[in-house]
Design a binder for this molecule. Structure first.
Ligand SMILES: Cc1ncc(COP(=O)(O)O)c(C=O)c1O
Length: 327
């Protein structure tokens, strides 16, 4: 994402719009580029709110949007793209949590000028660290290779790029030594072919868990828009009608039962924008986002889980809620 921001010409002091609800790596990368993140509200389904994006774009005049599909949640892409076009913004997509995710059949990561996919250890394609960059713009691709640290035409070993363009850009672009190690690439490559099979496991498991818990009165699971085809490797739900203490107790008991969960808006969570003190000076209060993360539980669902495991998870969630109410 840092390379992407450089490629689209973000300068120190520029405003970059991004999600209020995402992981702190996202505002951090904007800060890394010495730009100023301005946060856009999220909706009940934890995706970016197009109306607030329009408002913030008008107020700031920003021309770059770094949009994160946090936990795979996808906003109304038609509405977002209308705002992007209206303000003539450059869109960079953070697809760290949105592998193989589609809107109306179109892959996320292909809506903007650049799509970024983290391959850090908790991601769907996982190699410990590193990331993948996609674009259909030859000049962006050439610059990415050079910013990553290719020099003296070493790119010829790896990439089928336009040599005239590369030679012309070679000495204009600093090399930030962000090259992916070959060992990392070797770990990633075979995983790409397995993505579709892994997605199927996640989609089935998600649907099963949803069917087991969604009608409990303390659980609200906002569904994605019908245009979205999600990867489903995590599940989020709002705890409703519960006090802060009971919600915290729910998390503690789930951990004791061997199913660790977190609440985004509680206990110094790095996905709560109020913790990002390094950008605090620039932010207004974001009431909708606070309301949408305060009781939002987050559950990771690894692909080795089978339907029996998911049934146990569902049972434990319901039992823990019953236990809290019975006390
Ligand atoms: C939503 C989101 N975007 C971006 C990143 C950044 O990824 P990386 O650590 O590979 O830079 C992360 C990392 O966890 C993330 O959760």
């Amino acid at each position: 994402m840092f390379i992407a921001l450089n490629i689209v010409g973000v300068q120190p002091g520029d405003t970059v719009l991004t999600n209020a609800f995402t992981f702190h790596a996202v505002p951090s990368v904007i800060e890394h580029a010495r730009a100023v993140p301005v946060l856009v509200e999220s909706n009940r389904e934890w995706a970016m709110d197009a109306e607030d994006l329009d408002k913030k774009a008008t107020e700031t005049g920003a021309n770059v949007l770094l949009m994160s599909y946090m936990r795979g949640h996808v906003p109304d892409m038609d509405a977002i793209m209308k705002v992007v076009e209206k303000h003539d913004m450059i869109l960079i997509e953070d697809c760290a949590h949105a592998y193989a995710t589609l809107w109306n059949g179109k892959l996320l990561g292909t809506f903007g000028e650049i799509g970024c996919f983290s391959t850090q250890s908790s991601k769907a394609l996982s190699a410990g660290e590193g990331g993948i960059f996609i674009t259909n713009d030859d000049e962006h691709a050439a610059k990415a290779v050079l910013y990553a640290g290719s020099y003296e035409r070493l790119w010829m070993k790896h990439y089928d790029l336009d040599s005239d363009l590369m030679d012309q850009l070679q000495n204009q672009i600093p090399g930030y030594s962000m090259r992916m190690q070959e060992v990392t690439a070797a770990m990633l490559t075979p995983q790409i072919d397995r993505l579709a099979a892994i997605k199927k496991i996640h989609v089935d498991n998600w649907a099963l868990l949803h069917s087991l818990i969604h009608d409990h009165p303390n659980i609200e699971i906002p569904l994605p828009l019908p245009q979205v085809d999600s990867f489903c490797d995590t599940m989020q739900f709002h705890l409703v009608g519960m006090s802060r203490d009971d919600a915290d107790r729910f998390i503690d008991l789930m951990k004791e039962e061997g199913i660790p969960m977190q609440i985004f808006g509680a206990r110094r969570n790095a996905r709560d924008y109020r913790q990002w003190e390094y950008i605090k000076a620039h932010q207004d209060e974001l009431k909708a986002t606070v309301a949408n993360i305060e009781f939002a539980c987050d559950l990771s669902m690894q692909p080795h889980l089978n339907s029996d495991n998911i049934r146990v998870m569902g049972r434990v969630i319901l039992d823990v809620l019953a236990y809290i109410h019975g006390q």
